[in-house]
Write a protein that binds this ligand. Structure first.
Ligand SMILES: *[C@@H]1O[C@H](CO)[C@@H](O)[C@H](O)[C@H]1NC(C)=O
Ligand SMILES: CC(=O)N[C@H]1CO[C@H](CO)[C@@H](O)[C@@H]1O
Length: 447
């Protein structure tokens, strides 16, 4: 039952990086996508593949959902496990990194003695911080957060020292550093974090490690067997070209008993004392962990099923993961430097350039902030920071048909750009000139 009769996947034609790649994507020709990092996007053949699955589902919903979907899901899990170098049965799909982080933090059983702490860095993703705060509140503060304050730029070794100090401080106060959450590549600012060293430090200190690799698979090399973290969630819809929202949730076998339930709890949950709830699906054949996350409900998750096709496309059209990561990292670095040169500013980086060893780059905008005008610079009054940011972002959309995340960080305005295979240096030159124009324009606004 559930034999799949799909169009055989074509062999895709190799295409050079840069503007020639655009032919594979769905962008409006007048729109320049400089912000791949926020929501990602995917090539046309991947969309077509998903539509094929959707058609197959509607042609016969029950056979597809009950029998075909689980088989295709295994194939897709196998494909992402190969890229991440981990066993297939340690990965399942969830909707996004936030869902994965919620799944971990809500499943951990916190110690009743009230000493547990969750360590995180100040620039943690906003929704993840909210999750930490909620979990502490919902557990009546038997678990508490501990923030690690970071001022950028800094070297990896200094960040590691701050992390070790936070662990020491926690213990000195009679607390128990129980879990640390940190990014592979942080969001704002978009910087690579020393997640390998942080994971090793967690292991040494006996702390659970939760890697928020929202920017992870398809963006930086992730070898989970070597890394050996406790939990990882990585969005496939950002950098792997899988339709939104799809994330890979990695839990090594030894930790799977800790992840009792999917979010929301569904048919796959195996209670310790069962009341014998009726199971509407075919009898489970896989591990409790894989089973719990396989069927959460009737939501259309045909996007998960094309993860393998996306990886194949990347291999055949682009030359594989390494070629893509190398191109995007180089373009972000060199493109970012070019934008900074046009603006007369700088890229957020350290001396070893470890921060920019990723596909995101943050460039300082030539804007001063203060009550008095600063000679030779466009000056924004402190009370207008929020409005200026809004105006800059909406002007990029309305007048220049592009978008960049612009935000106020450590007393300055920054813009974040993404390297991606359909972009080239010319696009960064254009971005620099456009940013220069709008930064001059912001002065004339009456906020
Ligand atoms: C993440 O997925 C959940 C479903 O699990 C959805 O409700 C939520 O809106 C998504 N959040 C983001 C940031 O995409
Ligand atoms: C090139 C560069 O930006 N270097 C910075 C790296 O980070 C250190 C702090 O650790 C700064 O002092 C450097 O200016």
């Amino acid at each position: 039952m559930g034999e799949v009769s799909l169009e055989p996947s074509p062999t895709y034609e190799r295409t050079p990086f840069g503007k020639e790649m655009l032919k594979h994507f769905l962008f409006d020709p007048s729109y320049k996508n400089l912000n791949h990092g926020s929501f990602g996007t995917f090539p046309l053949p991947i969309r077509n593949k998903q539509r094929e699955y959707q058609d197959l589902c509607e042609a016969a919903p029950d056979p597809f959902i009950r029998y075909t979907y689980p088989k295709l899901s295994d194939v897709a899990r196998g494909a992402v496990a190969k890229v991440l170098n981990c066993p297939t049965d340690t990965v399942v799909f969830v909707a996004n990194a936030t869902t994965g982080v919620n799944t971990v933090l809500r499943n951990i059983v916190w110690n009743q003695d009230g000493k547990d702490e969750i360590l995180y860095f100040r620039h943690i993703y906003g929704a993840c911080l909210k999750t930490v705060e909620y979990v502490c509140e919902a557990n009546h503060d038997i678990v508490n957060p501990r923030e690690i304050i970071v001022e950028y730029p800094m070297e990896d070794a200094d960040l590691l020292a701050l992390f070790r100090n936070a662990i020491k401080a926690s213990r000195a106060e009679g607390k128990r550093p129980r879990l640390a959450i940190y990014d592979a590549v942080s969001s704002l600012p978009g910087l690579r974090m020393p997640f390998e060293d942080l994971t090793a430090a967690c292991k040494e200190e006996g702390i659970l490690s939760l890697v928020d690799a929202a920017h992870g698979i398809g963006h930086v090399h992730l070898d989970l067997t070597t890394l050996d973290p406790d939990f990882v969630v990585t969005n496939a819809h950002k950098w792997l070209f899988v339709p939104r929202g799809c994330a890979v949730f990695y839990v090594p076998i030894k930790n799977q008993p800790l992840m009792r339930s999917s979010l929301p709890t569904s048919h796959g949950f195996v209670p310790k004392t069962t009341t014998g709830a009726l199971m509407p699906l075919p009898p489970p054949t896989k591990s409790e962990f894989v089973n719990a996350f396989e069927f959460i409900g009737t939501i259309d998750n045909t996007n998960y099923l094309v993860a393998g096709e996306a990886i194949k496309w990347r291999e055949e059209v682009c030359g594989g993961e390494k070629a893509i990561i190398d191109y995007n990292t180089k373009l972000a670095r060199e493109g970012g430097a070019t934008v900074a040169k046009i603006l007369g500013t700088k890229v957020l980086d350290n001396a070893t350039h470890s921060l920019t060893n990723c596909c995101l780059v943050n460039v300082l905008l030539p804007l001063a902030v203060g009550a008095e005008d600063v000679a030779g610079t466009v000056t924004i009054k402190p009370e207008h920071i929020g409005k200026a940011k809004e105006w800059l972002q909406s002007t990029l959309i309305d007048e220049h048909k592009t978008f960049l995340a612009i935000w106020f960080f450590q007393g300055q305005f920054w813009a974040r750009l993404s390297g991606q295979i359909y972009l080239e240096m010319e696009d960064f030159v254009w971005a620099g000139e456009t940013l220069k124009k709008i930064c001059q324009g912001v002065a004339k606004q009456q906020f």
